[in-house]
Design a protein around this ligand. Structure first.
Ligand code: NAI
Length: 767
């Protein structure tokens, strides 16, 4: 029987291999590659091979970047930055537009190169990665044009160091470079060591479009090169990769004042409800965990199915899984290509072994020769099984069941990550309820792994912070309008007064802590002398109790903006009624500013809107600001009342609960607020106040898992000490410049932005 007849008989796809001759010729002509610095390819240094994981063949030699290379690249970027930022938005837009056009013209070339270097199926690089790369540059050409109008007063950050992974090499480059350039920054980017080649092809595109020298610099190399970028004189680091490396980078940058965004790992839930369209959901699994060999940070790797439909779902899943073709990545009929490197293959297998050793059953998922692994899933798997906890980063899902929606949400959120989630239900009520309750930065309803330049992407919790894409993503490459900084009187160590209990001569008052809506003695019973009396010396234990109380105040977020506004108005009103009394302990200006903050954020409580973005036709894509949960706040050491209100009001207006360390050396004016809060219907636990040593207490907040974000006003070196004590506990830390807290610079959107993180919800609509 002829080959064709055989194929017709079996109805299998025949091989249809994409031609790679042009790419191979290019590689032959260009290898070995030097770095791309200041608009020119440099003489290659010490090189290493970039290979094709599907065959093991070496494709090209690329240079291992040294600290000196990185320094040269940063210098070139610094030199270019002023000129680049001085161009008009329209001029920068033209360059980005030209890059997009050139990417499109080279779509086939770039797809083949990406597939050769990474091992992903050509269908994916051709239909998903490269078109999205072009889309990113088009979209951000638009933001370049609109920057001044849409981000008034904002300025670029300067030079951005960008470190990207190997799972979507050129796409991750586009996610990083397009917004940075649109905002007016210049960049030094390091591709992952397994997949440098499309970044180098991109450097050629930069030359072709005449991008000014030094605006984009590409330095290749491994983790050591990445570490050198983190150490270099850059103004921001944008990193995508493992949580482990993200944690190390966060520790390195602590206290430097450099901006940081992290897009880290995930173990995202994929929830199939009883009323889901099961065929569609199975297709969703294919797009989720069997897309890109499962090497996707937001992969729906934990499949959770309603018990009532679990058997039927698994039967359908198995039937579909059996049809997936594992094969040569350049073959257009291949569904699953090669794992990026033998190291990663070993890692996937090691986790699977640990999972089966711990009692799980692996269905499919068998290794092939070379870098191939068949699709599979782990079943009968306990919640603490390593396969359920670790990011496998391969084509292996977990499959488990639940009985009720509440149980599904509990399982979904039972992870240290919070990158994405996919929810399948034919009921809008059920699906949106789950979308609201899953703690993750991206939710796909009845769809999976949708991406677009307009739709912000990024995580909650240990999946990182910051967003890429759209308006929100642009903000992460811009500096807020500058404020006039003021010098803060330094807080020393809070000293306990002799006599300790505050009954000493001339002292008129012993205050208490405020936790869970009640006044509490400090755990150790000690007080310290402050102007006007004695303040409680709060301890580690007091902070823990306060965080617990704050964590229980979750209903505050659910009350909605209107109800929260009523409480803030009430606070303003009650404070106004007692303004004269308050002014005796502080000053008129302080009290007036405090009242103004309550009114201001009452106004904002129901108006800090999300947006609906045009990511994809027939999809409603909503970007919603959500509160973090518990925010820890360490106040400056002067202007106690106005600073406290300037920081606390925006945080609670957005639905957060706070644990606040007020001005260490002068906290009593703040402690007078207890009665105001009590008489203003503020639910207990929303605001908790612990006085004492600012840095000691802030350290406990930094290290606490339940504290989702930390605001610290004060000296950078001291903040570094606070963050270090956090021990790599990944949370966004905001260090607002010290300013006149009675002035207009102490309120507005900048505070609200820090008080919220966005959740992007995709919902097919009208299709
Ligand atoms: P990785 O985090 O080591 O690599 C990502 C990038 O960071 C690469 O460019 C690498 O050269 C660079 N890098 C490594 N060490 C660095 C350091 N100390 N300082 C600065 N840059 C550094 O990830 P790896 O080892 O390639 O993969 C291990 C696991 O990480 C994967 O199995 C997966 O679980 C996770 N991962 C997650 C990704 C995501 O998109 N969230 C992407 C890649 C890996």
């Amino acid at each position: 029987m002829s080959n064709v007849s055989k194929i017709m008989e079996s109805m299998d796809y025949g091989p249809s291999v994409e031609d790679s001759a042009a790419v191979r010729d290019w590689l032959k002509a260009k290898s070995p590659f030097g770095h791309f610095i200041g608009g020119k390819f440099q003489t290659p240094g010490k090189t290493f091979a970039s290979s094709n994981p599907s065959t093991g063949e070496a494709l090209a030699e690329v240079s291992q970047g040294t600290a000196a290379d990185v320094e040269a690249a940063v210098k070139a970027a610094r030199k270019a930055q002023k000129g680049w930022a001085a161009l008009s938005g329209s001029e920068r837009a033209r360059y980005l537009y030209a890059i997009a056009r050139h990417v499109q013209k080279r779509e086939r070339f770039l797809s083949v190169l990406e597939t050769l270097d990474n091992g992903k199926p050509i269908r994916e690089s051709r239909d998903i990665d490269i078109p999205l790369v072009a889309r990113h540059f088009y979209h951000h050409a638009g933001w370049a044009e609109l920057r001044d109008a849409e981000f008034p007063g904002h300025a670029p950050l300067g030079v951005c160091g960008q470190i990207i992974p190997w799972n979507f090499p050129l796409l991750m480059l586009a996610w990083k470079i397009a917004p940075a350039l649109a905002a007016g920054n210049t960049v030094v980017l390091k591709p992952a060591e397994y997949t440098s080649l499309t970044a180098l092809a991109f450097a050629e595109i930069c030359q072709e479009v005449g991008l000014p020298a030094g605006v984009v610099n590409i330095v290749t190399g491994d983790g050591a090169t990445g570490a050198a970028i983190v150490e270099a004189e850059v103004d921001k680091i944008a990193f995508t990769g493992s949580t482990e490396v993200g944690r190390a980078i966060a520790a390195k940058l602590s206290g430097t004042g450099r901006k940081l965004t992290l897009e880290l790992g995930g173990k995202s839930p994929f929830i199939v409800m009883e009323d889901a369209d099961l065929d569609a959901a199975v297709e969703g699994v294919v797009d989720s965990i069997w897309f890109n060999q499962g090497q996707v940070c937001c992969a729906g790797s934990r499949i959770l199915v309603a018990e009532a439909v679990a058997d039927r779902f698994e039967t359908l899943l198995n039937a579909r899984m059996a049809k997936l073709i594992v094969g040569p990545p350049l073959d257009k009929s291949t569904d699953i290509g090669a794992i990026v490197d033998p190291v990663q293959k070993d890692r996937i297998q090691a986790i699977c072994r640990a999972a089966t050793d711990a009692g799980a059953e692996l269905v499919g998922g068998q290794p092939g020769e070379g870098c191939f692994i068949a699709p599979g899933y782990l079943k009968n798997i306990a919640p603490a099984n390593p396969g359920m906890v670790e990011e496998i980063f391969g084509p292996i899902a977990t499959l488990s069941t639940f009985r009720t929606a509440d149980e599904a949400v509990e399982l979904a959120n039972n992870t240290r990550y919070g990158l994405a989630g996919s929810v399948w239900s034919e009921s809008a009520t059920v699906a949106t309820d789950l979308a609201a309750r899953i703690k993750a930065g991206v939710i796909w309803i009845n769809c999976a792994n949708m991406f677009d330049a307009a739709a912000p992407f990024g995580g909650y919790r240990e999946s990182g912070f910051g967003r890429e894409g759209g308006f929100t993503g642009m903000l992460d490459y811009l500096a807020e309008p500058p404020v006039k900084p003021r010098k803060e009187p330094e807080a020393g160590a809070a000293q306990t007064a002799p006599g300790g209990d505050g009954q000493g001569g001339g002292i008129d008052r012993t205050a208490k802590l405020y936790i869970g809506g009640a006044q509490k003695r400090p755990d150790g019973g000690a007080n310290y002398a402050v102007p006007g009396g004695m303040a409680p010396l709060g301890s580690r234990k007091d902070i823990r109790t306060a965080v617990e109380a704050a964590a229980k105040a979750g209903k505050w977020a659910g009350m909605g903006g209107h109800a929260r506004a009523q409480v803030l108005y009430y606070i303003a009103e009650n404070l106004s009624a007692r303004a004269d009394e308050f002014a005796k302990r502080s000053s008129k200006a302080e009290v007036q500013a405090a009242i103004a903050r309550a009114f201001h954020y009452a106004a904002w409580a129901d108006k800090f809107d999300g947006r609906n973005v045009q990511a994809k036709p027939a999809h409603l894509v909503n970007v919603l600001p959500e509160p973090y949960g518990v925010i820890g706040i360490a106040c400056p050491n002067d202007q106690p009342l106005s600073a406290f209100m300037s920081l606390v009001m925006p945080a609670i207006a957005m639905g957060n609960a706070v644990v606040v360390v007020p001005a260490q050396d002068d906290p009593l004016p703040v402690l007078d607020l207890y009665q105001v809060f009590d008489t203003s219907d503020l639910p207990g636990g929303v605001v908790n106040i612990v006085t004492g040593s600012k840095d000691e207490l802030a350290k406990v907040l930094a290290a606490h898992d339940e504290v989702a974000g930390l605001w610290y006003v004060g000296d950078r070196a001291r903040l570094a000490g606070v963050e270090k004590a956090g021990g790599g506990n990944l949370k966004p830390v905001w260090s607002p410049a010290h300013r006149d807290w009675t002035g207009a610079q102490a309120q507005g959107r900048a505070f609200l932005r820090q008080a919220t993180q966005t959740k992007t919800i995709w919902l097919p609509y009208g299709a």
